[in-house]
Unconditional design. Structure first.
Length: 98
């Protein structure tokens, strides 16, 4: 009978230790998420206040091959129109382009 009570006591201690570990882990994870969200907000504010956008924020226009911010490339054009325009302006699609 004493063995059963000792087993129960040890299992309760293990449960308490695991609860504490899980609480610490959850706290660390939530703090990391909060820090990541805060960092994203700071980056967005810095980007919004910046006069020059980073190079990776630009995208090539399929028609004229110039770089624009994605929000400025709202329209869609038929592929045939793009191909004809590029051919008439001396910028045909490369042969290896699929």
């Amino acid at each position: 009978m004493d063995q059963d009570f000792n087993y129960v006591k040890s299992m309760r201690r293990e449960r308490d230790v695991m609860k504490e570990r899980v609480q610490v882990y959850n706290q660390v994870v939530s703090e990391a998420r909060a820090a990541e969200i805060e960092q994203r907000i700071i980056e967005k504010k810095d980007l919004a206040n910046s006069a020059v956008l980073p190079r990776n924020m630009h995208q090539n226009c399929a028609l004229c091959l110039q770089q624009f911010h994605p929000r400025n490339l709202m329209g869609s054009v038929a592929f045939n129109a793009v191909a004809e325009w590029r051919a008439s302006h001396g910028e045909p699609f490369p042969e290896d382009d699929s």
